[in-house]
Ligand binder design. Sequence first.
Ligand SMILES: *[C@@H]1O[C@H](CO)[C@@H](O)[C@H](O)[C@H]1NC(C)=O
Ligand SMILES: *[C@@H]1O[C@H](CO)[C@@H](O)[C@H](O)[C@H]1NC(C)=O
Ligand SMILES: *[C@@H]1O[C@H](CO)[C@@H](O)[C@H](O)[C@H]1NC(C)=O
Ligand SMILES: *[C@@H]1O[C@H](CO)[C@@H](O)[C@H](O)[C@H]1NC(C)=O
Ligand SMILES: *[C@@H]1O[C@H](CO)[C@@H](O)[C@H](O)[C@H]1NC(C)=O
Length: 270
Amino acid sequence: MLSFSIALLLYSAHAAPLPSTSAAAALPRIPPLPRLATTADVHRHRGRSLYNNSVLPQNDTFHQQFAMVVNPYYGLHVFARGENGSLFHMFQTSDKADESGGMPMSGWHCLTPMNGTASDGTHALIWWDDPVAALNLDGRAEIFIRITGDLVLWHMYQTNAKDPLAWDRPRGPVCLCNFPPCQGQTLCGTHASCDNKGVDCNHQDPAEYWSDHTGFPTSNMNTHVDRSTGLVSLFYRGFDGRVYRDVQLKAGNSSKYTSQQPYMFDGIFE
Ligand SMILES: *[C@@H]1O[C@H](CO)[C@@H](O)[C@H](O)[C@H]1NC(C)=O
Ligand SMILES: *[C@@H]1O[C@H](CO)[C@@H](O)[C@H](O)[C@H]1NC(C)=O
Ligand SMILES: *[C@@H]1O[C@H](CO)[C@@H](O)[C@H](O)[C@H]1NC(C)=O
Ligand SMILES: *[C@@H]1O[C@H](CO)[C@@H](O)[C@H](O)[C@H]1NC(C)=O
Ligand SMILES: *[C@@H]1O[C@H](CO)[C@@H](O)[C@H](O)[C@H]1NC(C)=O
């Protein structure tokens, strides 16, 4: 205690450097922190982001819940919906803190820059609300997110646990016509039952879809990974108020989920 006070006194009196002990040398250099936001700042911004960022929605970062997993090879991996409705991700790029004392992260990468095919044909993938992530026991991440057009859940999975940029294409749950074809037609309706302009659900490859049924979540989704079996499950509240579970057909295989096991929970979650 005494030697500590003396050292401090010396430091303030002569601006002499602190004695270089091994403990002091191990401390990271911390840059000056920005002023913390106050409630007045929050009111002034009325829910807009306090930080300018060209990717995340500028008017509502408060309500967005990032999906996150910790990859066993490279660390934190974060997923978010951007201002333009696409899905973005960023990931840790080193296990050594940089000079600011933080763990280095990549910038945001767009995960879904290309169009996808829904019942009404190909169009830009505009997502609705937050993604949710799960980590398979082999270290690969999976993402689920709702799509605006059909309100159903879409899915994407990482194909190489060591490569944060290796992903399969986004896929819808099943081939689903919002407007079933009229008699004598084969294609889904896009804006009306009989416009016959959408896709032909009778001739779609099942590999283009991630499930054998479809759910319409009315809550944000949650995931669960069973440590003994490796099965990844997805839980959400459906339109009828019950909680649903979708589960991998084969543990650790992200290509197909099923409702073949009991997948509803009794009771209304209201
Ligand atoms: C964000 O950008 C706007 C417009 O360019 C500017 O007025 C504002 O001060 C910026 N906010 C921050 C936190 O940098
Ligand atoms: C926030 O952004 C969304 C999507 O860009 C828009 O639909 C909504 O009207 C905006 N809300 C406000 C309060 O600006
Ligand atoms: C959103 O922006 C990214 C680039 O940051 C782009 O690749 C993507 O296509 C955009 N999405 C839409 C729906 O325009
Ligand atoms: C992608 O979808 C948009 C409308 O959502 C459309 O204007 C554009 O032509 C589509 N691009 C391709 C390559 O299909
Ligand atoms: C995953 O299952 C699909 C069939 O649903 C199969 O075609 C594929 O080979 C499997 N992948 C692996 C890595 O086992």
